[in-house]
Write a protein that binds this ligand. Structure first.
Ligand code: BGC
Length: 736
């Protein structure tokens, strides 16, 4: 059953926040302005630079269309005035910035936000970011990053929603809506930029900027959907990626930027390069020089050049030589001007210079950041010690206990550490705390002061060890091949364990680390990712028990970096796990060579990961029962209704993230072992049972098949409703 029509239908559902009349009016204003522009002025619009005042003359000369990295409203107004009041045509600048997980009020890193499985709080976070950033005059952010990431060695896993396409779709759309708001012309509306198109997260070996090996089918089934969904949700801009896809760098890839993005998806927004990604096509060996790179970029469908300076230098000559056409140039400029009109910049170019200080860190912003952080924290292990209800005196130790700068995480340029609440600060409000950091930063190996901690441990009821990664160890260009805790952090945990006191470990990090040995040396572990401004309060509330943890893993946690990449929804192999694994210790000396009966696993780390995607404990327990499908056989166009009872079987009121997974048993190409198709946060009182349901349409089972058609292939399926990707009993159904 082919469902091409579905894509068109979905596109029609989201027409953005412009009425037909508004967009016709904008089109007319764009055309009128375009008529008045010289070639040089057109080229100027396509040029984006990092900085403000220093480009004053270029701005007045109409040679710059956008700036990035200026955040002072006074400077922004000054350069905007140069554009609006001093340049010949008065075209306003687009002022941009990487506002990735908050502007002043920093929310958890996007990977942490994904762990909430709560698109509403993520949308709220993006709205808060937009309110604070636009108050400084920033109307365009380079977020959300939609790159699916299956390899925690890649530093930029911090910046996305993890390994799953469905989760990425939900989080990406939530961010686009939050940034852009209900009306683009509203001064608090900030254009989103979906990035990096495409496949950047699939860098081989997790090494940033590395090449990718992605088939068209993999792109269509796994990597495209978040971009497509955000285009449908009205994302106003898109950024190309640094990497090549099948040998063609994205910035010069007309199949991606024109055939797919514009023709197939109908994107009518603006396309910007990544930082010098046009120029980097020279290093790729794809362009001879900057002029050639510029030609390839414009021909492929790029509208604006971030920081290669190639467009401003070479476009005129390329036009004169007939290497690019006036139509290509006009199309690019149209997209840029359209964005400026859509944001209302021609009518309202300036910002109230006092506003930024008034809105930053507003109470409701901090409350939302705290809620998001609380929901992002994942309880990985608990032998019953948490919450620390009866404890009075605590030893707090570890390099992340009071690291206000580090807990903000990567891409938090504008968050100010003096506004950060650390775990130490918040725990001090609730407990009598002895603080002995022992290690001063995450890579620190100096345990010379350990005796002080051991001495202090004697007089306390429990120990909280805050470990993890400094902000700089994740993010762009910060890949790692060893994912164990850095420095002497594992040794510190072990020393604390040896005191005999209950040990709670809190990991504050930018990626899933390999924490198996640390789990073995503690009573309880909370994984907080980098939780942002309010992270300390969120962590302390969970330790105290005033908040019950509800976060779930947005990425599989592996035992050892050698297992990467590892993701739950991998294609089924010809020798799937049969429940037996012969590990190193069980292999006799001079064992005869055999492969029969063996499956796809490592002799040292076995078949499974440490913890599966979707995993996360609570202070209570949940039971799923009476899971039922409304039918056993479905046909095209039908809804699939799954009902289940969820019971809170423990003593705490709490929230569970119920997850729906589906497997297509036989396909025209090999299908994933299971795929997330739905999730819901369900809040239940202790002892309460709720009758819940998921609804899917048969069309939700479609995928790009062997003939590269988007279809639901009739056949047998399995379905699970469970608290993580590795639990639950399969139900069967079929599609005719
Ligand atoms: C990153 C982008 C970012 C840009 C502008 C690049 O290095 O890859 O994600 O938006 O810089 O700061």
């Amino acid at each position: 059953m082919k469902i091409k029509g579905l894509f068109l239908l979905m596109s029609a559902m989201f027409v953005g926040t412009m009425t037909m009349a508004q967009s016709a009016d904008i089109d007319q204003r764009v055309e009128e302005l375009l008529q008045k522009m010289t070639v040089e002025e057109k080229i100027g619009q396509m040029h984006q630079v990092s900085g403000g005042y220093q480009f004053y003359n270029d701005i007045v000369g109409g040679n710059i269309g956008s700036i990035l990295n200026v955040v002072d409203p006074i400077e922004i107004n000054a350069v905007q005035r140069a554009a609006v009041e001093e340049s010949r045509l008065g075209i306003p600048l687009l002022v941009s910035r990487d506002v990735i997980h908050g502007f002043r009020t920093i929310f958890p890193i996007p990977l942490g936000m994904a762990a909430t499985f709560n698109p509403d709080i993520v949308e709220r976070g993006a709205r808060v970011a937009a309110i604070e950033a636009t108050a400084s005059g920033i109307r365009w952010t380079f977020s959300p990053m939609l790159d699916i990431a299956r390899d925690p060695r890649w530093g930029r896993v911090a910046e996305g929603s993890g390994e799953d396409t469905y989760l990425d779709v939900q989080m990406g759309v939530a961010m686009v809506k939050g940034y852009q708001g209900g009306d683009y012309t509203d001064p608090t509306s900030m254009a989103a930029c979906i990035k990096h198109f495409v496949g950047y997260g699939a860098a081989e070996g997790g090494r940033d900027y590395n090449t990718t090996m992605l088939s068209e089918r993999a792109l269509r089934n796994i990597y495209f959907p978040p971009f497509k969904a955000c285009v449908d949700a009205g994302a106003l801009t898109l950024m190309t990626s640094f990497n090549d896809v099948d040998g063609i760098p994205s910035t010069g890839n007309s199949w991606l930027l024109d055939d797919i993005l514009r023709q197939e998806w109908g994107f009518d927004g603006m396309v910007v390069t990544d930082w010098n990604s046009s120029g980097e096509m020279i290093a790729h060996g794809y362009a001879e020089d900057l002029k050639h790179a510029t030609e390839l970029s414009i021909r492929a469908g790029v509208d604006m050049d971030m920081m290669s300076f190639g467009f401003i230098q070479h476009t005129k000559a390329l036009l004169d030589e007939g290497k690019i056409t006036m139509e290509q140039l006009d199309n690019a400029v149209r997209n840029i001007l359209k964005l400026k009109f859509r944001l209302g910049l021609f009518d309202n170019p300036y910002v109230d210079e006092g506003l930024a200080a008034r809105v930053a860190y507003a109470k409701e912003h901090l409350d939302a950041a705290k809620q998001c952080a609380a929901e992002s924290i994942i309880l990985l292990q608990n032998n019953g010690i948490l919450p620390l209800k009866d404890a009075k005196r605590l030893l707090v130790t570890g390099p992340m206990a009071h690291a206000p700068y580090e807990q903000l995480g990567t891409w938090a340029f504008d968050g100010q550490e003096e506004h950060t609440v650390t775990p130490l600060m918040a725990l001090r409000e609730a407990y009598d705390v002895v603080y002995e950091p022992i290690l001063t930063y995450s890579r620190d190996n100096d345990m010379s002061n350990i005796k002080a901690a051991k001495r202090a441990a004697k007089g306390v009821d429990a120990i909280v060890v805050c470990v993890g990664e400094e902000a700089i160890l994740s993010g762009e260009a910060h890949s790692l091949s060893n994912l164990n805790l850095q420095g002497a952090q594992s040794a510190l945990i072990a020393e604390m364990r040896a005191t005999g006191k209950p040990v709670v470990v809190v990991v504050i990090a930018g990626r899933p680390l390999t924490i198996e040995r640390d789990l073995a040396s503690c009573d309880a572990m909370l994984y907080a990712f980098h939780p942002g401004t309010m992270g300390g309060e969120a962590i302390a509330d969970i330790i105290k028990g005033s908040t019950v943890p509800s976060g779930k893993l947005p990425m599989t946690f592996i035992r050892d970096a050698g297992q990467a990449p590892f993701y739950y929804n991998h294609p089924v192999t010809g020798r799937p796990n049969n429940g037996t694994e012969t590990l190193l210790d069980a292999i006799p000396i001079k064992a005869g060579q055999t492969s029969l009966g063996c499956t796809s696993y490592y002799l040292d780390s076995g078949y499974g990961p440490l913890l599966p995607f979707g995993y996360g404990l609570s202070y209570t327990t949940f039971a799923y029962s009476n899971i039922k499908l409304d039918k056993s056989e479905y046909t095209e166009g039908e809804r699939i209704i799954v009902e289940y009872d969820l019971t809170n079987t423990g003593d705490y009121d709490a929230t569970e993230v119920a997850q729906l997974y589906v497997r297509d048993l036989v396909g025209s190409v090999v299908r994933p072992v299971k795929e997330l198709k739905g999730f819901e946060r369900v809040t239940l009182k202790a002892g309460e049972t709720r009758h819940c349901r998921f609804e899917l349409s048969v069309a939700d089972l479609a995928y790009w098949n062997r003939d590269m058609e988007y279809v639901v292939e009739p056949g047998s399926f399995e379905l699970w409703v469970a608290g993580d990707s590795a639990s639950g009993e399969a139900l069967s159904f079929s599609v005719r």
